[in-house]
Design a protein around this ligand. Structure first.
Ligand code: GAL
Length: 647
């Protein structure tokens, strides 16, 4: 396993570089990422390239056996560029160019930006093509599927719609524009949703295409740079670093042209006391691994307190630096790079803490990082191992988009619905892949498919095959609601899944923050957000509402179909509701598991041909004592225990 750091040589006096490289080598750093935002240093004046400083930095690390990941700096074009091409700045919904602030102001579809980006990417990749120390390339930084309202993006969206539907009649039919006289009578009327009109009032079918287009635009931008890198550096490993932002791109499309997924991992610093609120970044890690269904890397990992555009957070608690990094390895990361080596002394991010403070005196956090490097070295024998899962959770980018476009009820979020079931599966020690809805499901015993809100015909067929061949499927409320255009399907819910689930939703109540009680196996649970009243056709009821408008009707059902079983959860419960139900489901399907783990304890496995590693992580701020398969464990806060066996 590889540990690295993000390093910005352009932020520091040259005299510091050597000492930094020396300390990194001594500590066990194996890789550095550089040049991410350094365009103004690489091309200080138009067409004048200065790469000597980067050569020198790369050389300093290479000499000490430290590999380098270089970035294309296109997130930060220099000011001379904006001065010359003001039209390449992103345009807001009011039609105004956004202010040039700290970074990311460029419109990624601007032909001028693309021309200059092509050139800098070409120059950089040609220059470093033969440099053996440069092992990988990161494209841009944390690309988000924002909408830009400039003329280029306006016609880009129009072209996207034209190519997709061919005729205006087809667009009008797909969007249901007969409602409220929304019918287009010319292509020019089709544009992104500009102006101050609230997005929530816009046609959801049209808005889903806007989101799709915004995501597509990111993928196109990435592909263009990837093509240049591949041409100049055949065989190079190419990636981009992603994160969970508000305007999420479709991760599967985003990474389709890239070799490896990288993720910027900033797990929680404030750990709540209420176990209901405990939240594990294992969810993000499993999702990242599932994008390409292979190991991934952490390009930026939490190193200290966060703060810049918000007040400073608490610092990393003892154990977090090492524990959270090992948690990433446990979930399939092969490399973890800490953001950042030293905290910046200037610029907007000067209070976002790196491993070393402004003082440049390595302290407690750095010492813990050193411990991590030692453990990572011991884990080198796990190279080539992977997380193999019998459980999967399905993620649908389209449902995520559509759920954001039309929030279903107060406090109900698409990703939250997934997290609840992810937590339940993991609480039994099951490795769980989070994969794209529509992917083949061979090899899994159990699949949780919450909130399949937007129809995916291929996905429905995969689920049907999976269940009939003996798989166990968990569906939830808000499955089968929308067709592929984001219009409501005119048939009883869960529409495409009624036969599989053996139920029909006779009525629903969007509870929001209100609550009802549900009785399951003689135990009462508090449920909230949503309730479907279920009519059982071939299914049997496992739980009934014991209060609320639907008192007495079915809330959770079980249906045997083909060789498999389908569960439908009509409401949203708490931690115990899901873990009790999951325990029952696993038992019914004879799926081997570790039994219910204590709150905060996470167990995962990586395996290779003749080696297996079990990771037992105390992802909590309290010490934990527990028994696992008859063996007693005592783990401190954020402590990881790793057991490697050769087979
Ligand atoms: C990431 C970003 C980094 C840095 C970090 C801390 O999202 O990629 O460049 O800004 O956050 O703010």
């Amino acid at each position: 396993m590889i540990v690295g750091v993000d390093y910005y040589p352009e932020h520091w006096d040259r005299q510091l570089w050597e000492a930094d490289a020396e300390l990194m080598a001594k500590t066990g750093v194996k890789v550095v990422r550089m040049a991410e935002f350094a365009w103004s240093r690489l091309e200080p004046r138009e067409g004048e390239f200065e790469l000597d400083w980067l050569d020198e930095a790369v050389e300093l690390f290479a000499k000490r056996g430290i590999d380098v990941i270089l970035c294309t700096p296109t997130s930060c074009p220099p000011l001379w560029f904006y001065e010359k091409y003001p039209d390449s700045v992103r345009t807001d919904a009011e039609g105004k160019r956004i202010a040039i602030g700290i970074r990311g102001h460029r419109c990624i579809a601007s032909p001028d930006l693309l021309r200059y980006a092509d050139r800098i990417v070409n120059v950089l990749t040609e220059h470093f093509a033969q440099n053996k120390a440069v092992k990988a390339w990161q494209i841009d930084n944390e690309l988000e599927a924002d909408i830009c309202f400039c003329g280029v993006c306006e016609s880009g969206f129009r072209e996207y719609v034209k190519n997709k539907y061919g005729t205006l009649d087809a667009v009008n039919a797909a969007y249901g524009n007969n409602v409220w006289s929304g019918e287009y009578s010319s292509w020019e009327q089709i544009k992104p949703p500009s102006g101050s009109y609230p997005h929530a009032w816009l046609n959801p079918a049209y808005m889903l295409d806007v989101k799709r287009y915004a995501s597509h635009r990111v993928a196109r931008f990435i592909r263009r740079q990837a093509d240049i890198i591949r041409k100049n550096c055949p065989g190079a490993v190419i990636t981009t670093n992603t994160w969970f932002c508000e305007a999420l791109p479709d991760f599967y499309e985003e990474f389709s042209q890239l070799d490896v997924v990288s993720f910027d991992n900033y797990p929680p610093l404030n750990i709540p006391d209420d176990p209901e609120e405990l939240y594990s970044h294992a969810f993000h890690l499993d999702l990242m691994r599932g994008i390409k269904r292979k190991n991934f890397m952490i390009m930026e990992q939490l190193s200290g307190g966060m703060g810049c555009w918000s007040p400073m957070s608490r610092t990393t608690a003892p154990g977090m630096i090492k524990g959270y990094s090992l948690q990433a390895f446990a979930h399939g990361a092969d490399a973890v790079l800490h953001f950042r080596w030293r905290t910046a002394v200037s610029g907007a991010e000067m209070h976002w803490h790196g491993l070393i403070d402004h003082s440049n005196v390595p302290g407690r956090r750095f010492a813990e990082f050193g411990q991590l490097c030692i453990t990572a070295k011991e884990l080198e024998k796990l190279r080539g191992t992977a997380v193999k899962s019998r459980a999967a959770l399905l993620y649908s980018p389209e449902s995520e988009f559509a759920f954001k476009i039309q929030p279903q009820t107060q406090g109900m979020y698409y990703l939250e619905q997934l997290r609840l079931l992810h937590r339940a599966l993991c609480s039994y020690g099951l490795n769980t892949d989070i994969i794209e809805y529509g992917e083949p499901l061979d090899g899994y015993d159990i699949v949780a498919a919450p909130t399949l809100y937007v129809r995916n015909v291929k996905g429905e067929a995969e689920l049907d095959k999976f269940v009939r061949n003996g798989g166990t499927l968990i569906l939830t409320n808000r499955c089968g609601v929308k067709d592929e255009h984001n219009n409501c399907i005119m048939s009883p819910l869960p529409s495409g899944f009624t036969e599989l689930a053996g139920i029909r939703v006779s009525e629903y109540d969007p509870l929001g923050y209100s609550a009802v009680t549900v009785r399951m196996n003689s135990k009462e649970y508090r449920c909230t957000r949503w309730c479907d009243s279920l009519q059982t056709d071939t299914a049997v009821s496992l739980a009934e509402y014991s209060g609320g408008y639907f008192k007495g009707s079915c809330a959770v059902s079980e249906n045997v179909i083909g060789k498999g079983r389908v569960y439908y959860i009509g409401t949203v419960g708490g931690r115990e509701f899901y873990s009790d139900l999951t325990g029952y489901i696993l038992e019914k399907a004879h799926i081997p598991n570790l039994g219910l783990l204590p709150d905060g304890i996470e167990v995962t496995e990586r395996e290779g041909e003749d080696i297996r590693a079990r990771f037992i992580f105390n992802n909590s701020k309290n010490s934990a004592e527990f028994c696992l398969e008859g063996k007693a464990f005592a783990l401190g806060p954020f402590e990881m225990r790793i057991k490697i066996t050769n087979e």
